[in-house]
Design a protein around this ligand. Structure first.
Ligand code: HEM
Length: 487
């Protein structure tokens, strides 16, 4: 009928338009659907689509809606773009669903001077409040022991550890930004974590993609309004914290990130167009909180799964920790050298866990070229962290969980340049140092005190996971039992 004819004509026009736009000078990639691009494939069979993209050579293309993105599939080409030409490749695109709630504020999705200033300030302030210092490490170990107590309470009954782990991890970032932790029973804080989870899920889901294609739906009621409500609830929580901080602020004795930001705002009061204002504070805090919580807690959950899947690796970790620390000595970053097997295992958890499969989306800040391809200003750029973390040319055991990927023949830890879990270049994860400390200290403390196993008759775990903004494990239940003497 006429609809069919119209559809066909549309397809032809669309293909011609695509060709005229890029000629044959745009890299190859999976065939896009009209209008929707590769979004249906990405939503319906994400793992296969990621694997397929990697087969198109070092640079591939992917259509998020009508807009093409280039995908960097190797370490070499990623370095060429994001490091050697870092200024040009370090923009962020405008994504309607995120613009709707973030509007260019904060760190993760901001651009230009605002991004540079907010990022630099956050980086320096994280350092000032203990990164690389003993005090923050002690806070991390303290939190690890709260978590161990909570896990142990569940004892020998199968339970899902997700909430406890998330609460523990977000408490660490809370200590830095708000100056305190929240009790695991705190209802208001639980509610906040639920809201965050829901928004991470919704913005990454089909609903978020529909919004990106048809942003005018923001003017109409519907399930997408939930995203805005959740965001307001989170920013409301932060604003309230800031109000409390203002009342008790002592400039000679700054307690946390919010205090430091309030002082910075005052310092810059007379500077026209200063990027240090209330809303940027709220969104910077939200960014640290969001980027720091889901990533780290998801990694720890994958870690527990890999330990249960590979009991002999768990046992090897137990043995090394028992030999070096015993059951009571509190682990610290200084113990990394003496615990090479555990340190390698933590890296392997991140490599195989691969929780940000295509990194965070970048955008070119001006027209440029890469390996002979001409790229317009505002071309989307994705770094295929999955392909790089599993590149057969760079890993001894690319497709299996094996800490030997990070060990030399003598059993000593060895770095691997392709370990890009935190991405690279000027947009590299701002929390890398904090995340590495959390992962090593918490993982070591957990394995020092506890033994993890699947409940009897558990079906084999689905290691493909659930794809949202991060790749997380399907909900699971586990058993844990105490090792060594009661602490
Ligand atoms: C960005 C990974 C933990 C704060 C990123 C990016 C990745 C990443 C892949 C994107 C970089 C890019 O755009 O190329 C991880 C992983 C973590 C982790 C795997 C833990 C296992 C944290 C923590 C914090 C944090 C604990 C908080 C202190 C940020 C921020 C950005 C970012 C603020 C945005 C940087 C920017 O746009 O300039 N992270 N991250 N991350 N991460 Fe992390």
């Amino acid at each position: 009928g006429p609809t069919m004819l119209f559809g066909l004509l549309f397809l032809v026009f669309y293909e011609v338009y695509r060709f005229l736009l890029h000629g044959n000078r745009f890299p190859p990639g999976p065939r896009p659907w009209p209008l929707l691009g590769n979004i249906p494939q990405l939503l319906m069979k994400p793992a296969q689509t990621f694997a397929e993209i990697a087969t198109y050579g070092e640079i591939a293309s992917l259509y998020l809606g009508r807009k093409p993105s280039i995908v960097l599939n190797t370490l070499q080409v990623s370095k060429m773009a994001l490091v050697e030409n870092g200024a040009v490749f370090s923009g962020r695109p405008s994504l309607p669903v995120l613009d709707w709630i973030i509007n260019g504020r904060g760190i993760v999705m901001s651009n230009g001077d605002s991004w540079r200033q907010q990022r630099k300030f956050a980086s320096l302030t994280l350092k000032a409040f203990g990164l690389g210092k003993k005090s923050l490490e002690e806070r991390v170990t303290e939190e690890a022991y709260y978590l161990i107590d909570e896990l142990e309470k569940e004892g020998e009954n199968p339970f899902d550890p997700q909430h406890m782990i998330q609460n523990a991890v977000s408490n660490i970032i809370c200590s830095v930004v708000f100056g305190g932790r929240y009790d695991y029973e705190d209802k208001r804080f639980h509610n906040l974590l639920d809201i965050i989870n829901e928004n991470i899920f919704l913005t990454g889901s089909a609903l978020g993609q529909i919004f990106n294609l048809f942003p005018f739906i923001k003017h109409f009621p519907g399930p997408h309004q939930r995203i805005q409500q959740n965001a307001s609830e989170l920013t409301g929580f932060i604003s309230e914290e800031a109000r409390e901080h203002r009342k008790t602020l002592d400039k000679d004795n700054l307690r946390d990130f919010i205090d430091a930001y309030l002082v910075q705002m005052e310092k810059q009061e007379s500077i026209p167009n200063s990027t240090f204002f209330e809303e940027n504070m709220v969104f910077s805090v939200a960014d640290l909180f969001l980027a720091g919580t889901d990533t780290t807690s998801t990694t720890i959950r994958w870690g527990l799964i890999y330990m249960m899947e590979h009991p002999h690796i768990q046992e090897q970790c137990h043995k090394e920790i028992e030999y070096v620390l015993g059951f009571d000595r509190i682990p610290s970053m200084d113990d990394r050298a003496a615990l090479p097997y555990v340190y390698a295992t933590v890296h392997e958890v991140q490599r195989v866990g691969n929780i940000v499969p295509l990194g965070l989306i970048h955008s070119t800040t001006q027209a440029t070229q890469l390996k002979g391809y001409y790229l317009h200003k505002g071309t989307n750029v994705l770094v295929n962290l999955t392909a790089i973390l599993k590149d057969k040319d760079h890993w001894k055991y690319p497709d299996t969980f094996n800490p030997a990927n990070f060990l030399d023949e003598k059993g000593q830890f060895c770095k691997n340049e392709s370990f890009l879990a935190f991405s690279l270049g000027p947009r590299v994860c701002l929390g890398e140092q904090l995340a590495r400390m959390e992962l090593f200290v918490v993982f070591t403390a957990l394995l020092q005190r506890l033994h993890f196993s699947w409940p009897p008759n558990t079906a084999p775990h689905d290691t493909e996971g659930v794809f949202g903004l991060t790749r997380s494990p399907k909900p699971f239940k586990m058993l844990c039992r105490r090792r060594g003497a009661k602490h």
